[in-house]
Design a protein around this ligand. Structure first.
Ligand SMILES: *[C@@H]1O[C@H](CO)[C@@H](O)[C@H](O)[C@H]1NC(C)=O
Ligand SMILES: *[C@@H]1O[C@H](CO)[C@@H](O)[C@H](O)[C@H]1NC(C)=O
Ligand SMILES: *[C@@H]1O[C@H](CO)[C@@H](O)[C@H](O)[C@H]1NC(C)=O
Length: 145
């Protein structure tokens, strides 16, 4: 009985230490970081936002080819909504392939984008309308308070 209550006391101490050192914001951030990828989705549209769109779940790092079930979007993306905290690169080629030094991809941060004027390399605005054949995204770890 003594041993049992001692064990219980140790566990309670460990739990209260954990609670004391972990602010609600930190716990929230940890949950967000752990479960974020599955819930992140990017909207791609063939027309204006809301026209001919698909809401694509993003598996961080993997390449999404606009073939198979997504062939409707191949060389047709005109607008996109990328969630805050996510960065996506859109490629002219399939397989998220970019030729060294070529202006055949654009990298876009979270926001609503019109592919007719997006930031290209060297801060120059480029027209990437109807050019995308593949894209990939990654999540950027945002600073937590
Ligand atoms: C979520 O994304 C991060 C950053 O790209 C990655 O390191 C991590 O392995 C991913 N987690 C899951 C569960 O896919
Ligand atoms: C995107 O830009 C093009 C060219 O400036 C314009 O014609 C089109 O209406 C714009 N689309 C949206 C959704 O703003
Ligand atoms: C996207 O693919 C390119 C080329 O394969 C790779 O260099 C890059 O790291 C990938 N980006 C993400 C966010 O996975």
């Amino acid at each position: 009985m003594f041993k049992l209550s001692r064990a219980y006391a140790l566990i309670s101490m460990a739990v209260s230490t954990l609670s004391a050192n972990t602010s609600p914001a930190m716990k929230y951030a940890a949950i967000e970081a752990g479960g974020a990828n599955a819930s992140v989705k990017v909207d791609i549209c063939t027309g204006d936002i809301g026209t001919g769109c698909a809401n694509i779940p993003i598996d961080s790092g993997s390449c999404i080819n606009l073939d198979g079930g997504l062939v409707f979007f191949n060389k047709e993306i005109s607008t996109a909504i990328i969630p805050y905290g996510t960065q996506c690169t859109f490629f002219e080629d399939f397989g998220c392939f970019s030729e060294q030094g070529a202006a055949d991809s654009v990298s876009l941060a979270g926001g609503t984008w019109n592919f007719s004027h997006v930031p290209g390399a060297a801060e120059i605005t480029v027209d990437f309308n109807d050019l995308t054949s593949s894209f990939n995204c990654s999540q950027i770890l945002l600073p937590q308070n």
